[in-house]
Write a protein that binds this ligand. Structure first.
Ligand SMILES: [Fe+2]
Length: 421
């Protein structure tokens, strides 16, 4: 086997094992229930990522492959119109059968077939499809965690996914400073080398005006000040659509926050915990992030501004591998930009739209990103639920502006000549 194929095999085995590890603490019931239409059951994530390899790699490229169960294409296709009809997304929680055990047997079946295919002589196209499947699996690992958190938050017992729960809190909040960046023509987007999703390409030139970027994320303590200053009750801080969502959803704090005896508590993967004022605010929608920035006399960064600042940095931070699975306070006494990678996804003010000369991937994989380039905003940097090897400076995540259940937060930006406050 060539070294490139050995690398893909190792990547495949690691990605598949990581999903199993994340699902290990879950019972069949935990893995089956769907807490809202936007969230999927863990069992569905485990099966859908497996289906992706079956539909995108084995069926097109392996003549000897036998489908595990012909019904699974309907059950576990997510949104690929070219691959047939499917179970409606809001009804994924109806799938009490197949059992979790059967899904693990499905995973074993597909794993063996992919490993067999990779050991035989295969084309670069097969290797590229398997690599795409690995990155897809990592995306769903994060979704599995965010969806379990949402599910457990609905349970009055407030169960902890992580056991034992590590202690939170105690760190002193560090002051927020700004880094200045000169204007000019910058390059952004992925080059031709290495893995990137189609939406990160092609690399493009972009005109950037002089700007500044906060050296750390907005904290829970700062969010409490926004709440205390009636940030959720001042329509002039909000975009019209955001204000309507705020009223309709009765938003008064980040998702999962609850006030008890004058203190804020929140749901985490370690169970119900006191809100740590020094930790980054999380489970914030774009609309809230935008209102908070306006209240601060600042704005959200554009994705090109964020990427330009992140490109020289190492991709290091509080990722899922830390085992913490919640954002942690910025390190004190450190110069330069902190928390750019990991902790929370950072909302940008950039709509998710194609770069100039964007071409979707060929075949069914062309439905992966391009068709979602409407009505969503870009988030950057990864979170405490993202695998580290999944992240890079050019990575573009995207969610609708009212989405709150992801590990999403805020880094403030401003124009270089704006000296308000
Ligand atoms: Fe998917």
């Amino acid at each position: 086997m060539s070294s490139g194929k050995t690398e893909i095999l190792v990547q495949f085995q690691k990605a598949r094992a990581a999903s199993r590890r994340l699902a290990a603490p879950l019972t069949d019931a935990d893995a089956t229930v769907q807490s809202m239409p936007d969230a999927s059951p863990a069992k569905w994530h485990l099966a859908h990522t497996t289906w992706f390899f079956e539909a995108m790699v084995l069926e097109p490229f392996s003549r000897s492959y036998r489908v595990f169960d012909p019904n699974f294409n309907f059950l576990f296709n997510s949104y690929y119109e070219t691959l047939g009809a499917r179970q409606p997304r809001p009804r994924r929680g109806m799938l009490t059968r197949p059992t979790l055990e059967q899904i693990h047997a499905y995973r074993d079946h597909v794993d063996a077939a992919i490993e067999d295919l990779l050991r035989r002589e295969t084309s670069d196209r097969v290797a590229a499809s398997i690599e795409l499947g690995c990155h897809h699996e990592q995306q769903h690992q994060e979704l599995l965690l965010t969806d379990i958190l949402h599910l457990f938050a609905q349970n009055p017992l407030r169960p902890a996914y992580l056991d034992p729960a590590p202690d939170a809190g105690g760190a002193e909040p560090t002051a927020m400073a700004y880094e200045n960046f000169a204007g000019g023509i910058a390059e952004s987007g992925a080059g031709d080398e290495g893995f990137a999703f189609d939406c990160e390409r092609p690399r493009r030139r972009v005109l950037i005006e002089p700007y500044r970027l906060a050296d750390r994320l907005v904290t829970n303590g700062e969010w409490m000040e926004f709440i205390a200053d009636d940030g959720y009750r001042q329509p002039l801080l909000w975009l019209s659509e955001g204000w309507a969502k705020c009223l309709d959803g009765q938003w008064s704090a980040p998702l999962y926050w609850e006030e008890r005896d004058g203190e804020f508590w929140t749901m985490t993967l370690s169970g119900f915990q006191r809100v740590d004022p020094a930790a980054p605010a999380v489970h914030i929608s774009f609309f809230e992030a935008d209102a908070f920035a306006r209240w601060s006399n600042r704005r959200l960064p554009t994705e090109a501004e964020w990427e330009r600042a992140a490109e020289p940095l190492d991709v290091e931070g509080n990722f899922v591998e830390s085992g913490l699975m919640r954002p942690s306070p910025a390190t004190a006494g450190q110069n330069g930009l902190r928390q750019m990678f990991g902790d929370v996804w950072e909302w940008t003010c950039s709509p998710f739209s194609p770069y100039p000369r964007f071409r979707p991937a060929e075949g069914a994989a062309g439905e992966y990103n391009g068709k979602f380039m409407c009505g969503q905003f870009v988030l950057r940097g990864g979170s405490c639920a993202t695998p580290q090897s999944h992240m890079r400076a050019t990575y573009r995540n995207f969610f609708p502006p009212d989405a709150r259940w992801q590990f999403s937060g805020v880094r403030l930006a401003g124009d270089a000549d704006d000296d308000r406050r």
